[in-house]
Write a protein that binds this ligand. Structure first.
Ligand SMILES: CC(C)(COP(=O)(O)OP(=O)(O)OC[C@H]1O[C@@H](n2cnc3c(N)ncnc32)[C@H](O)[C@@H]1OP(=O)(O)O)[C@@H](O)C(=O)NCCC(=O)NCCS
Length: 162
């Protein structure tokens, strides 16, 4: 069930600046405006999901509470990005958004989902492990600022826990 007072929808081009602002609050080496613009433009393989509060047009943040960016190619889904804004954390929103994103992937015929995560990002690791993702490999020095290895995690279909 959708968290009370929030809506989940596909992000639009007009959301780019709000996405970048949330991203900058969440990551030490954040995606740029170009990353989000490219993701929004690639309607063939990518989706940007936005979880938001009702807002008015004067709200530069566009009510954004969380987002997820995924790409599906050849039956594989790559979760490129997932973030929940700081005041809204530890309320189950990351879990809910991850589950909805995986549900979308299942409906699109995805057989396997992959993601990379900093090895020190224990909050995200806890979230993904709880969701049934398992370690697949390590990408050495994958991240910058600070330089760090990425753990590649994988979940095979069914993509969600019962
Ligand atoms: C990782 C992130 C998305 C989690 O979002 P969230 O909405 O706070 O997570 P939830 O409230 O849904 O938590 C679900 C479960 O994940 C785990 N978890 C989440 N945050 C945690 C934390 N800070 N410490 C320990 N476990 C944590 C717990 O198992 C939690 O279940 P519980 O609250 O019942 O114990 C959020 O911390 C975030 O945006 N971080 C910055 C961006 C990021 O690192 N994204 C992932 C990139 S790969």
């Amino acid at each position: 069930m959708i968290p009370a007072g929030l809506v989940l929808e596909e992000a639009r081009e007009s959301d780019v600046e709000a996405l970048v602002a949330l991203e900058r609050r969440c990551h030490t080496h954040p995606w740029t405006l170009r990353h989000f613009a490219d993701a929004l433009a690639d309607r063939r393989t990518m989706r940007v999901f936005a979880l938001r509060r009702p807002h008015d047009e004067s709200d530069a943040g566009r009510g954004l509470v969380a987002f997820a960016v995924v790409q599906v190619v050849a039956g594989e889904m790559h979760l490129h990005n997932l973030a929940v804004d700081l005041p809204s954390r530890r309320q189950g929103l990351g879990r809910w958004l991850l589950r909805e994103t995986l549900a979308w992937g299942e409906a699109a015929g995805v057989e396997e989902a992959f993601l990379e995560v900093r090895q020190s990002n224990w909050a995200a690791l806890a979230l993904y492990r709880e969701a049934g993702f398992e370690a697949a490999s390590v990408r050495r020095g994958y991240y910058e600022r600070p330089r760090e290895d990425a753990l590649v995690l994988r979940r095979r279909r069914p993509l969600r826990n019962p």
